[in-house]
Design a protein around this ligand. Structure first.
Ligand code: SAM
Length: 195
């Protein structure tokens, strides 16, 4: 598989052609539940591969002012800026995730890992560990269906996720999500990993 097939041009074209089946249109319920029980609104939060980022909108509305969204494609970030008018421009990062250099208390994952070429999984894990502060957490959703050549989205299983993350993270939670949207029911794992 070519490494750079799913590059900036690929994702920008998907947005331009409106081929964005992943876009829920509101915060994903398992992530909404997680966000709503967070208490310290001063923590720094990153959402990489954020797309239209309804989770970042929710965080912002809940008072998490130290939230950053990042995407390699410009259009969803422009959509986000129009929707969430007071969100600081400097916290909207139009860049490649693998080139980001700063640290956060919490990183939220949703359909970003599965969008990457599976050859990049090891680099993703290392990069996430590098982007988190001591005791920082990577929290989110992974798909639970077999990994094949077909994708994105590219799948995986509990065992595969455990084996690639446990070198850099403590696996606190990794279980079937209970309140996934209808299309993802039984196919989504909720996880909390800690560096
Ligand atoms: C399947 S979409 C998911 C978007 C969003 N997380 C959601 O759930 O709606 C994958 C996103 O990752 C972005 N992306 C892909 N590769 C990236 C990279 N190397 N750095 C930053 N963003 C990337 C794409 O532009 C796209 O917005």
């Amino acid at each position: 598989m070519e490494k750079n097939k799913f590059n900036k041009a690929y994702w920008e074209l998907r947005y331009e052609k409106n081929k964005t089946g992943w876009n829920i249109g509101y915060a994903s319920p398992p992530l909404e539940n997680f966000i709503k029980q967070l208490r310290d609104t001063s923590i720094s939060i990153l959402i990489p591969g954020a797309g239209n980022s309804f989770e970042a909108e929710l965080l912002w509305n809940e008072g998490f002012t130290n939230t950053f969204v990042l995407d390699i494609a410009k259009q969803p970030l422009e959509n986000f800026k129009k929707r969430v008018k007071n969100f600081p421009y400097e916290q909207v990062l139009h860049q490649d995730f693998f080139e980001l250099n700063r640290t956060f208390d919490l990183i939220i994952e949703q359909t970003f890992f599965c969008a990457l070429n599976p050859d990049l999984r090891k680099r993703y894990v290392e990069k996430m560990a590098q982007l988190l502060k001591p005791n920082g957490k990577l929290v989110g959703l992974f798909f639970d269906f077999p990994l094949t050549e077909a994708g994105p989205p590219f799948g995986g299983s509990i065992n595969e996720y455990k084996s690639i993350f446990n070198k850099h993270f403590k696996i606190n939670t990794l279980q079937r999500a209970t309140n996934s949207i209808k299309e993802r029911q039984g196919k989504e794992l909720f996880f909390i990993f800690e560096v």
